[in-house]
Design a protein around this ligand. Structure first.
Ligand code: TYD
Length: 136
């Protein structure tokens, strides 16, 4: 799985003078079923999150409020995506190292994930991740 498999999905928007509405349907708007939702909030200025990769997990990351940068890396190619719209979702496939920084004040980062939390699914060591990527 490569950086080129990760992409920003345009989620549906129901425009309404009372306020806009966006929704996400598993398998229709994103290529996986959702088993878990988590979110980062109250992130202090200058903080960095992420710093890991997943063996099997698929994720969609949405800036529910505010903005932040996501740096993705498949061991060969790197890319930075700035998320700042609640109707954009960055799909991250398995085997992608990610770091998230440049959080605006009040930013909320919501993550839809394909499976329950499992520490065994993480690479927390970049050199271990790179070694497995190079094994193919
Ligand atoms: P981590 O995934 O490293 O956070 P981030 O990617 O945002 O930097 O998780 C931080 C801590 O929270 C770690 O101890 C594991 C725990 N955690 C859970 O218990 N459940 C979860 O769903 C997540 C995402 C993390």
């Amino acid at each position: 799985m490569a950086v080129s498999d990760c992409r920003v999905f345009d989620l549906p928007i129901i425009n309404d003078p009372r306020g806009n509405l966006t929704f996400v349907e598993a398998g229709r708007h994103i290529p996986f079923d959702i088993r878990r939702v988590y979110y980062l909030y109250d992130v202090p200025g200058g903080a960095e999150r992420g710093g890991h990769a997943h063996r099997n997990l698929h994720q969609l990351i949405i800036a529910m409020s505010g903005s932040f940068d996501i740096h993705i890396d498949d061991g060969y190619e790197k890319k930075t995506i700035h998320l700042n719209r609640s109707y954009h979702g960055l799909y991250i496939c398995p085997m992608i190292w990610r770091e998230i920084d440049n959080f605006s004040s009040g930013a909320v980062c919501m993550v839809l994930a394909s499976d329950f939390y499992d520490e065994r699914d993480y690479y927390r060591d970049y050199s271990e991740f790179l070694a497995d990527v190079n094994k193919g």
